[in-house]
Design a protein around this ligand. Structure first.
Ligand code: WT7
Length: 579
């Protein structure tokens, strides 16, 4: 497709967001509220009996919750928050697992006009404290265990935090004795439902701290008006209809769960599957099949883990109800995208977005995809490859030229601020473009290909190399389960690419395999960009959202060689608790 000079497709610039907004119900007295679009509008339309949630506890305890029940419970949460003095615009932090209470809490917070701020349960007291302070949360809703382990010790430092509501870890139980805490379930059960506060498109609705690999947390704030993008992307990317059973596996601390686990299935009237358990391939395959999941949204890390368990196990679950699967968060290589087709009978579509964009912006679609690419901008999204030039951006139209991905700043789902950091927020925008910090190239057909975060680029012998290009080629080797490539300082070449590799079952780490992988790299990538060094690791260091933590690999790569480096083995935790 030919692209006009402004770097957008003709269709995109004709897209009319105002007529898209007419798809929303709107509050009876005027205004927009996510909770109303997610549950109350369906109840008003006589759909209150339909199943909103199917929840699975750790021991497979199964509960069905209707739209009517969820609407009523969230109106009671709204009342409890108002009794505690929560005003529109106040922040309510949440530290819950994937559970029905998470849905009740989020919807109740929106009904009260407050700002939903979910945090990662894997964070320790330090990162939780800085986020609770930055968000100025007045109320915290947490599980009893997460509160006792992680918040109790810092509570005295949190000047803004006035109340804590606790959810007992086991269903049907009440909480133990905790000073200054109330039982969430008990209070909600006895409250009188309250009416939804009148919010507008510009009212803040939720805040997420970016999973960032840079260290300093940024709290991206999103508004109620974003719900139009949530409704539409659910239809554009997943073709959602009310009969769908939709499963998003993201952690509640990640925006992917707030938007695609909570809001998107409900505004589209589907049944959302809520599985409390952590990742376990056998359980996941079983859940997909037994719960007749039709649409599945997960991450490349999870897909690679499932691949690692082998195609034979996957094929035993081939008789499933899936019609569509997609992933986000990291590049999904062509390997992984097509693996699903061979084993589960459904292809994985890669989708691209960020905490800041608030909704999927670029995606492969079932009928318009290119495995290995991020896909094409969705209708209504104007995306371009640009070069930053001091305070100007220059749109690059040559196919395959590498530059920074920029989006026109008129997206309804785009963040409205970084909490407490106006200058950082403003520095993301130039000439009406939002600059993403991701490097990409766009091919002649308009598909975008991920090259890397601008901070992750490897500069070697005059080339600038995106780690993902190397990783994607090396992933094709049958021994490689996961790979992370970083630059290692080099006197002569400035940097050289070093690959950290975890192996598939049946492969032995050792010099023979190392030599084979180095040779394989040179053959497929050419000696200029092939890895110069291979280090075997048991597991990759990951951020809480499953992104390879290149910063940790970089530190490891730059370290002086020690004795272990002669035959390196593992030594990495799979997951970092703190940033
Ligand atoms: C960063 C955003 C998935 C989103 C929710 C929030 C990387 C994301 C892809 C993809 C290559 C991707 C980018 C982006 N990323 N999706 N499909 N292909 N890279 O995510 O935690 O704010 O992270 O994740 O670098 O900027 P986030």
């Amino acid at each position: 497709m030919a692209l006009p000079n402004n770097g957008t497709t003709a269709d995109d610039s004709r897209f009319d967001w105002n007529s898209a907004r007419t798809l929303l119900a709107g509050l009876p007295g005027g205004g927009i509220n996510i909770a109303h679009e997610a549950v109350d509008r369906h109840v008003a339309a006589g759909q209150g009996e339909r199943t909103a949630l199917v929840s699975l506890g750790r021991h497979y305890e199964r509960h069905k919750i209707s739209y009517g029940q969820l609407a009523a419970a969230s109106a009671r949460v709204c009342a409890v928050l108002q009794e505690l003095g929560v005003q529109p615009g106040d922040t309510v932090a949440v530290l819950l697992g994937r559970s029905v209470e998470l849905y009740q809490a989020a919807l109740g917070i929106w009904k009260a006009g407050a700002v939903f701020c979910p945090l990662f349960g894997v964070f320790g007291p330090g990162p939780l404290r800085s986020r609770l302070e930055l968000s100025r949360a007045k109320v915290l809703i947490a599980t009893e265990t997460l509160y006792s382990r992680k918040v109790l010790s810092i509570r005295g430092n949190l000047a803004d935090l006035r109340h804590v509501l606790l959810v007992a870890d086991e269903p049907e139980q009440s909480i133990g004795d905790h000073a200054g805490c109330d039982d969430f379930r008990a209070r909600v059960a006895t409250a009188q439902p309250a009416a939804t506060v009148a919010t507008t498109e510009q009212s803040p609705a939720f805040m997420h701290f970016t999973s960032g690999t840079t260290g300093i947390p940024k709290g991206a704030v999103h508004v109620h008006g974003a719900v139009v993008s949530h409704l539409l992307t659910g239809q554009q990317v997943f073709k959602l209809v009310p009969d769908d059973v939709y499963w998003c596996t993201a952690d509640p601390g990640w925006i992917t769960n707030t938007v695609y686990g909570l809001i998107v299935p409900l505004v589209n009237g589907c049944t959302a599957l809520v599985d409390e358990a952590e990742f376990d391939p056998r359980r996941w395959y079983g859940v997909l099949k037994d719960e007749a999941v039709t649409v599945w949204y997960t991450t490349p890390t999870n897909i690679r883990m499932m691949m690692r368990y082998g195609a034979a196990l996957a094929r035993t679950y081939r008789e499933n109800s899936l019609r569509l699967a997609a992933s986000a968060g990291e590049p999904l290589g062509a390997e992984a995208a097509t693996w699903g087709e061979k084993t589960l009978g459904v292809q994985f579509n890669d989708t691209w977005w960020q905490t800041e964009t608030g909704a999927i912006a670029i995606a492969n679609l079932a009928d318009d995809g290119r495995p290995g690419s991020m896909g094409r901008p969705l209708p209504g999204v104007q995306a371009a490859v640009v070069n930053r030039n001091l305070s100007k951006v220059e749109v690059v139209n040559d196919p395959d030229a590498v530059g920074e991905l920029a989006l026109r700043a008129d997206l309804p789902s785009l963040f409205s601020s970084y909490i407490g950091d106006t200058s950082r927020f403003q520095s993301c925008f130039i000439d009406g473009w939002y600059l993403t910090g991701d490097l990409v190239r766009r091919d002649a057909d308009g598909f975008f290909w991920f090259v890397g975060r601008s901070d992750d680029m490897i500069k070697s012998a005059g080339h600038t190399i995106g780690p993902f290009e190397i990783e994607a080629s090396m992933m094709v080797h049958p021994a490689v389960a996961e790979i992370g490539v970083v630059g290692k300082p080099d006197l002569l070449l400035r940097e050289v690419p070093v690959a950290f590799v975890s192996l598939n079952p049946g492969f032995e780490e050792g010099d023979a395999l190392r030599t084979e992988l180095l040779y394989y790299g040179r053959q497929h990538l050419g000696s200029a960009i092939a890895p110069r060094e291979i280090q075997f690791v048991e597991a990759m260091p990951k951020t809480t959202t499953g992104k390879i933590l290149r910063r940790a690999l970089k530190a490891k790569a730059s370290a002086e060689p020690d004795e272990d480096a002669v035959l390196p083995t593992s030594g990495y935790p799979g997951r970092f608790d703190d940033e």
